[in-house]
Design a protein around this ligand. Structure first.
Ligand code: PEP
Ligand code: MG
Length: 556
């Protein structure tokens, strides 16, 4: 038995024979022309979108609708047309044009761009198959699908009753196929180096979508692992289901507000279904990605208004764009930087290109007016000091005046730059709320690049330095009554959630998939116990020890 380690992309476990999906390649024997193939591909994608909508998955259906638009993208078709004119076969031409567009997106190194690259390749492969008159891939028995990079349309197209799991050599947890797998409840692991070669010829695979691993020929050991997981899973589901309608609170009823982290208007329905009381972090970067030009005010306003409307009375924290540095965009001119995480990132970009931020602020104000939200919550990322707050406030005041709407936004900040904690008392006098970005705060406090896998163990926010920082922030915020939330990954970690509650954090915002586990953890301690654990952790020698103490108490 061999085990391959990858990245967990959708939870669950399954054992089944592999079905290896070979990547599309040109044959040079086209049956129909490019235009007819595009029409056929759009028809297939629309059909799949309708099927998902009928299954009650409107957000996932939109992914395929977006692909139908990509299939008819004039730029893609023009690039393929030029190759055909130069003598290339139509299927090779569309594959090459798709590859070129995908490579451009991938060059931008951001995970979200890479996910869009997979969508473009998928669309091109579908058109190429249509050119060759090939039927879409099918499963003949219950299988674990093995592929280099699976696409949302193929995932949707396969008979889901036969799709036991997904194992991908490439991909990322934010790729649309992974999002769809999570929505459909199919366990998935991505980033499995050497998978295709290893799985070819294997009789059976085990996919563990929680641990992020795949076992080849799992045998008796694998079956035992599966049986154990199924028993635990059933018990966990029962416990979490019982808590679905309960608010987030400790055993003795101390309430903590439960917010959702979302990345696009597509995420709102899942967050509401899961019981989000609001949005604690709306990462707006998505509106800017996958575009050659900056989105205009109207385009942005439409996206923000949709989220505000979906959440109605519930609060939505719109975070201003956190781009630059490690998240470059084609239309933002960035100087090359040796340390992008310490570079011209997020609101710092406004010093060079104020119009980018001003347009977004006007779009938020306009969206709030359209959605009839008189006091929208705006959050500035990467704030280091009062000067940063004041710069954003000036631009915000200008935006309100420019739009002329009767909207008075509340300005809060992400606390993720350590200096903001040192001067938190000054900041508390001028902001409406604090929301701790533990992902960046940890990397900056511990000088450990969050993208460097070799430093993964140093990025645990349970480190006493991070906990003491949060404790001092809560203390600085209290005299002014400024609420402290946490929207970094720590909030969605049951251990972190209990300690944060003990430290006095009043809102936790996280991916909706974590709601159940966090509610269960918090319901298992009283406020006094959470405070006791937090106080003890402040004096822990390191993160692992602190984590161990809390895990032991929670039995997780
Ligand atoms: C954080 O830094 O904790 C955070 C929530 O923001 P992001 O992960 O988007 O940088
Ligand atoms: Mg951050």
């Amino acid at each position: 038995m061999k085990t391959l380690r990858g990245v967990a992309a959708a939870p669950g476990m399954a054992v089944a024979p592999p079905a290896v999906l070979e990547p599309a390649s040109g044959t040079g024997a086209p049956l129909i022309g490019l235009d007819a193939a595009v029409t056929e591909s759009c028809r297939q994608l629309d059909l799949l979108a309708a099927r998902l909508r009928d299954r009650g998955l409107p957000d996932e259906s939109e992914i395929l609708e977006a692909q139908a638009l990509m299939a008819a993208d004039p730029q893609l078709l023009e690039a393929a047309g030029q190759r055909i004119a130069a003598g290339m076969a139509a299927d090779d031409a569309i594959l090459a044009a798709g590859e070129e567009a995908a490579a451009l997106l991938e060059e931008l190194t951001d995970e979200l761009f890479a996910a869009r690259a997979a969508d473009v390749r998928d669309v091109a492969a579908r058109i190429a198959r249509a050119v060759r008159g090939e039927a879409p891939p099918r499963l003949s028995r219950r299988s674990i699908l093995v592929a280099r990079d699976l696409t949302p349309s193929t995932t949707a197209e396969l008979d889901q009753s036969l799709l036991a799991g997904l194992a991908l050599e490439g991909g990322s947890p934010t790729a649309h196929a992974a999002i769809l797998a999570r929505a459909l409840g199919i366990p998935a692991v991505v980033g499995l180096a050497g998978l295709l070669a290893a799985a070819n010829g294997a009789a059976e695979l085990l996919v563990d979508g929680n641990a992020g691993l795949v076992m080849l020929e799992p045998g008796a050991e694998g079956r035992q692992r599966l049986a154990h997981w199924e028993t635990e899973h059933d018990a966990r589901l029962d416990a979490e289901r019982a808590l679905h309608d309960r608010l987030l609170a400790t055993a003795d009823g101390h309430r903590v507000m439960l917010g959702a982290n979302i990345g696009s208007p597509h995420d709102t329905s899942a967050a509401l279904r899961a019981g989000a009381e609001g949005v604690g972090l709306f990462r707006t970067e998505f509106v800017f990605m996958g575009r050659r030009r900056a989105p205009d005010e109207q385009t942005q306003a439409a996206a923000y208004a949709q989220v505000l409307r979906d959440f109605g009375e519930r609060p939505v924290v719109i975070r201003l764009m956190d781009i630059g540095g490690d998240k470059p965009l084609p239309f933002v001119v960035l100087e090359p930087e040796p340390n992008p995480f310490l570079g011209v990132r997020a609101i710092r970009l406004a010093e060079r290109d104020p119009e980018l931020l001003s347009t977004q602020l006007r779009a938020v104000v306009r969206a709030a007016a359209e959605a009839d939200v008189p006091r929208p919550l705006i959050m500035a990322p990467m704030v280091a000091d009062l000067a940063d707050v004041r710069r954003v406030r000036t631009l915000l005041d200008e935006a309100v005046a420019a739009v002329g709407a009767a909207v008075t936004p509340q300005l809060g900040i992400m606390v993720e730059v350590p200096s903001a904690i040192v001067v938190a008392d000054q900041l508390a006098a001028e902001v409406a709320f604090f929301s701790v970005g533990t992902n960046d705060l940890t990397q900056y406090l511990l000088a450990a690049d969050r993208t460097n896998a070799a430093l993964a163990e140093r990025q645990d926010p349970m480190h006493p330095a991070v906990l003491r920082s949060i404790a001092s922030l809560v203390a600085a915020a209290a005299p002014r009554g400024v609420p402290v939330a946490v929207c970094g990954e720590m909030g969605g970690d049951p251990v972190g959630a209990v300690v944060l509650t003990g430290l006095g954090v009043s809102e936790l915002s996280m991916g909706p998939a974590s709601f159940g586990a966090v509610k269960r953890a918090l319901a298992s301690v009283t406020l006094a116990e959470a405070q006791e654990l937090a106080t003890r952790c402040l004096d822990a020698p390191d993160a692992a020890t602190a984590r161990g103490w809390v895990s032991e108490r929670l039995a997780v």
